[in-house]
Design a protein around this ligand. Sequence first.
Ligand SMILES: Nc1ncnc2c1ncn2[C@@H]1O[C@H](COP(=O)(O)OP(=O)(O)O)[C@@H](O)[C@H]1O
Ligand SMILES: [Mg+2]
Length: 299
Amino acid sequence: MDITFEKVGYTYQKGTPFESRALYDIDLMIKEGSYTALVGHTGSGKSTLLQHLNALSKPTEGTVKIGDRVITSQTDNKNLKNIRKKVGIVFQFPEAQLFEETIARDIAFGPKNFGASEEEGKEIAKRMLPLVGLDESFMERSPFDLSGGQMRRVAIAGVLAMDPEVLVLDEPTAGLDPQGRKEMMEMFFGLHQQQNMTIVLVTHQMDDVANYADHMIILEKGTVVKQGEPREIFQDAEWLESKQLGVPAAVAFAGRLEKRLNRSFAKLPLTTAELAEQIAAWLPNLPKQTAQEKGGEDR
Ligand SMILES: Nc1ncnc2c1ncn2[C@@H]1O[C@H](COP(=O)(O)OP(=O)(O)O)[C@@H](O)[C@H]1O
Ligand SMILES: [Mg+2]
């Protein structure tokens, strides 16, 4: 299922003295099976845009197509349930929305709303826990006895329990420690690779964009100022710096090294693994890497 925006605009409290325009003139496409990173400064409209991906907000101008459903300002609010099921959104700090007495019940809340029985709900919760790195022993515990990172995992399990085709993540690693961040990013990438889940990730971490995303959309003051493949966008490090958006660590390092040595890399390295490979290619007579040394990406 693709999601397409055509000339989308959104104004909060339209038609009142308090109206304020948050999005305008947005054309974009989230392709089925892609991993899209959405970046931009605070207030640029990222969270507002996300709410259009499952018709939680309807555009005040233009059209959003979610699969074969067409959403405009005229669309009525009936029959949107199915879209909400297909496109799961993990909002910022989702742990704040936990409320059930047990973790199993919290995870099963969505499926039960869609008609799953008590037993089916339990089964689903049991299947979701390992996906988010927790085990069955958590089922009957209270979500409020967990660490912040664990609570967030439970909240994410609740979104995954709906078996979405598209998973939308609004700064999912904010406030986590480095290990927790890495585990969570790996978990999302696993879902993307193993289940071909379409991912839309809002992030300020350019290293995450370089490591995981195949498409990148940059928002500024409510509109798209650039979109494309991360590798192409990161080529123009100067433009990104001028927008105070930064570049992945490997790109910054490569740029400095190119200046210092007065030579250019054949291909822009996006990750430290690519950077190491390309520097090694400059050094003559280096013994070949063993498979073990090679490892993978920065991940
Ligand atoms: N509920 C709201 N009512 C009115 N204005 C809002 C509301 N939510 C966000 N805004 C405004 O919309 C703009 C975009 O905000 P937001 O989508 O939250 O950006 P981001 O997620 O990139 O930080 C900002 O100017 C913000 O103040
Ligand atoms: Mg936001």
